[in-house]
Design a protein around this ligand. Structure first.
Ligand code: PMP
Ligand code: GLU
Length: 397
């Protein structure tokens, strides 16, 4: 079949592909532990779901404006301003509500980049960024910081990778897949570099509230940097991870209002608004900061316990599989290339072999731009994690 050049080289999402395969094998009766897709295993807190139930019962089931319910745009703007350490005063006009953070990232890539542009992508990267940049017609350029610093970027790494065609940089902190978290100082250094270069800084902060370091607050955000110190930027966040709302499909972007209007115009021709009942649920979540913090705190406590279980388990029982110390999100990124052989030469075959022999589903690092590594999601029960660890150790023994 011939496809247009738009999608000729498009690959399906590797994270979603492994998780579909795991579901299929399970349906066929295989004993599979799925540690592939990054998705909280908790139900959406019922007080948040009630926001949608109430809306549906009240007949609020029609279109909203393309950029979202005015009440929700205001709630996002207020929430960001309230939590900003730099005194941001965010306008609702800057906010566009999208069908998941994925759509927010895609809208921004499509609106800001095009043929002839290079976009730096902090690597290892979430698997969808290079594809989204490619779909816009631009060229993704992976750039990485030192491995021993959890791959975090410094201005000198960026300077070495940038050229005359560089138009943007995509950053993710806390990072999927490494779990690395930029300190405010590190983030400021990157933001200053982007500003001096006059390029777009796209900051994916979907895991901002899932962080294990510091004093229990959020991970540093662009919104912790004074506006006047930032160049052109798009901040992306959403409800999927911190409120366990992956299936509701609510994300958002925050940027200059003029850009926000273009993003909304684009969305008005593609998907219109994010699902209306989902927007009402997200509004409920953002309208009660105390309850929200309580629900998030409970989930983060569980993620931290599971992170410690896995990190300690790997260090004690699988010391050859060296890992990036995760400080946020819910992923473990570990090196497996020491085990490569002629028959198992890369992360894809390593994961296939492990799935075959142990039933543990993992995502090959190649999907994130580093074929030496493999990613494990620990957003699942302690019991399943302990059993997965046991199987991985046994497989080696
Ligand atoms: N960014 C990152 C880094 C992610 O891991 C995900 C997970 N799917 C997304 C964006 C997309 O989130 P959503 O489900 O809200 O589209
Ligand atoms: N973000 C999650 C992951 O990386 C969910 C799947 C996806 O959207 O890629 O596994």
């Amino acid at each position: 079949m011939e496809f247009s050049s738009n999608i000729a080289s498009l690959q399906p999402s590797a994270t979603m592909a492994v998780s579909s395969l795991a579901k299929q094998l399970r349906a066929e009766g295989r004993d599979v532990i799925d540690l592939s897709a990054g998705e909280p295993d908790f139900p959406t807190p019922s007080w948040i779901s009630d926001g949608a139930m109430d809306a549906v019962r009240a007949g609020r089931t029609r279109y909203t404006p393309a950029p979202g319910l005015p009440e929700l745009r205001k709630a996002v703007a207020d929430d960001l301003s309230r939590r900003s350490l730099a005194g941001w005063s965010c306008s609702p006009e800057a906010v566009v509500i999208t069908a998941g953070a994925k759509q927010a990232m895609y809208n921004a890539c499509f609106a800001l980049f095009g043929p002839g542009d290079d976009v730096l992508v902090a690597s290892p990267y979430w698997t969808s960024y290079p594809q989204m940049v490619g779909l816009s017609g631009a060229r993704p350029v992976p750039v990485r910081g030192p491995e021993e610093m959890g791959f975090k970027l410094r201005p000198e790494d960026l300077e070495a990778a940038a050229g005359d065609s560089t138009r943007g940089l995509i950053l993710c902190s806390p990072c999927n897949p490494t779990g690395s978290v930029y300190s405010l100082k590190e983030l400021e250094a990157v933001a200053q570099w982007a500003r001096e270069r006059g390029i777009w800084l796209m900051s994916d902060e979907i895991y901002r509230r899932i962080v294990f370091t510091g004093s229990g607050g959020d991970a540093p955000s662009l919104s912790d940097i004074p506006q006047e110190k930032l160049g052109p930027h798009v901040l992306v966040d959403g409800a999927s991870k911190c409120f366990a709302m992956t299936g509701w499909r609510i994300g958002y972007s925050v940027t200059d209002p003029e850009v926000a209007r273009k993003l909304a115009a684009f969305q008005s021709h593609t998907t219109s608004n994010a699902a209306t009942p989902s927007q009402w649920a997200a509004l409920r979540a953002l309208s009660d900061p105390v309850r929200a913090q309580d629900s998030i705190g409970n989930m983060v406590t569980a993620f931290l316990r599971r992170r410690n279980l896995m990190v300690e388990g790997f260090r004690r029982h699988l010391p050859d599989l060296t890992l990036v110390e995760p400080e946020g999100a819910f992923y473990l990124f570990f090196r497996v290339d020491g085990e490569y052989t002629d028959a198992v030469p890369d992360s894809q075959t390593w994961c296939s072999r492990v799935l075959e022999t142990t039933g543990v589903a993992l995502v090959p690092g190649a999907a994130f731009g580093d074929d030496r590594y493999v990613r494990l999601s620990y957003a699942t029960s302690d019991d399943l994690l302990a059993e997965a660890l046991r199987r991985l150790v046994e497989d080696r023994g």
